[in-house]
Write a protein that binds this ligand. Sequence first.
Ligand SMILES: *[C@@H]1O[C@H](CO)[C@@H](O)[C@H](O)[C@H]1NC(C)=O
Ligand SMILES: *[C@@H]1O[C@H](CO)[C@@H](O)[C@H](O)[C@H]1NC(C)=O
Ligand SMILES: *[C@@H]1O[C@H](CO)[C@@H](O)[C@H](O)[C@H]1NC(C)=O
Ligand SMILES: *[C@@H]1O[C@H](CO)[C@@H](O)[C@H](O)[C@H]1NC(C)=O
Ligand SMILES: *[C@@H]1O[C@H](CO)[C@@H](O)[C@H](O)[C@H]1NC(C)=O
Length: 365
Amino acid sequence: MLIITWRTAIFFVCALPGVEILDPGQVVYSETRTNGVVGRGVILECGPTLPDVYIWGFTKPGTDTIRAIVYNFGKGPKIQKLANDLGNLTVISNSASLSIEKLPLAAEGVYTCQALYDTLEGAKLPFVITLTVPVTKPYIVMSDSSPVEGTSVTMRCGLENGTGPINYKWEQESRESQLTTVAEIYDDNRLNVTDVNRNHTGWYRCIAINQVNQQRSDRVWLDTIFGPDQPQIDVTPYSVTERGYSALERETVSLLCQASSNPPSQYVWFYNNSQVYAGPQYTINRILRMHTGHYACLAQNTYLNTRSRKTITLTVKDITKGQETLYCFVITLQSPLHALNVHLFLTYWGTNNPKFDMTSNLAQL
Ligand SMILES: *[C@@H]1O[C@H](CO)[C@@H](O)[C@H](O)[C@H]1NC(C)=O
Ligand SMILES: *[C@@H]1O[C@H](CO)[C@@H](O)[C@H](O)[C@H]1NC(C)=O
Ligand SMILES: *[C@@H]1O[C@H](CO)[C@@H](O)[C@H](O)[C@H]1NC(C)=O
Ligand SMILES: *[C@@H]1O[C@H](CO)[C@@H](O)[C@H](O)[C@H]1NC(C)=O
Ligand SMILES: *[C@@H]1O[C@H](CO)[C@@H](O)[C@H](O)[C@H]1NC(C)=O
């Protein structure tokens, strides 16, 4: 019925902005394209002044049917039920313009306004609304969140809704909270990391950006599995000779083994190929010459079932050796009649020079 009304109207059509008349009685429609954003508002204008009669029609994309959403035959605007699906649709007072708040996805389509004026002018103004859907909060999916060093990982920035093209930014936050932008990828939500190493360990976030907004994901931890590296052994007290480490008898000697690994290394100590201790630090209290030999630290990554080993040689020296001392005492006693006066002379021969001369001190006794 509404379309019939319009067919009558077209007979009287004259001119209106946006409408070109090539031949009286023929209307050429101009089309206005509006880019709406889901969740935001849009205003569709129909003619510069309030027409006497108007009808707004709506056509869903991919269909031909025009369905009335609002009309005004002079008794005020009548909003049709269909309009409820298109968001909060209202007619702006004293005009034939529509305002739609909070556009839903279903509002995408062609809006057509047919207007009749008392002056027998009329027009049909189609609007095409294409809708852009803002990006929703993305989330990260990793092909492997605990990759082994040397393998590859693909991270995907998942997204429920959002009109493309969408750009993706990837951020890494290290253990020390240092933030770096790892990549900015156009229209591809994947980040490939080939040849993963321990420096890739950290928190990852992706940011999805389209023409209307951007959203950041929660952070996801990437834990690179590696090691153990070649162990490092620290000997205290530190003393080295050309034959390796050396220690003095009766000292407390501590051997500390460290090998980078994730998960952390498990350590086992060997003395001349026999296991003597489990743990990173092997301490020998009051070391003896019989403790001379080869000390090996074995570091193991129990998750990967990998191991590495380092051996040192420790020589324990007798403190008296090389310090052979010979003491020789010569004591002279002098005894005058009136008093007991003792002169004691101490003489010393040895490889270590004496630091004091006891002779004179003792002589005064
Ligand atoms: C629709 O919009 C009108 C006018 O802006 C407002 O008064 C009304 O509360 C809105 N309704 C809803 C459901 O948002
Ligand atoms: C994504 O779009 C669908 C379809 O319009 C909607 O039902 C859903 O609520 C949207 N999801 C989010 C997170 O906005
Ligand atoms: C990541 O790898 C996948 C498959 O291995 C490939 O299809 C994709 O193009 C790669 N993406 C980038 C950004 O290199
Ligand atoms: C990791 O980072 C450190 C410090 O920046 C660097 O010295 C090292 O070479 C890096 N390792 C790899 C495997 O890239
Ligand atoms: C360990 O090996 C060293 C060097 O081969 C040797 O001198 C030492 O006697 C050995 N100790 C034991 C207890 O076998």
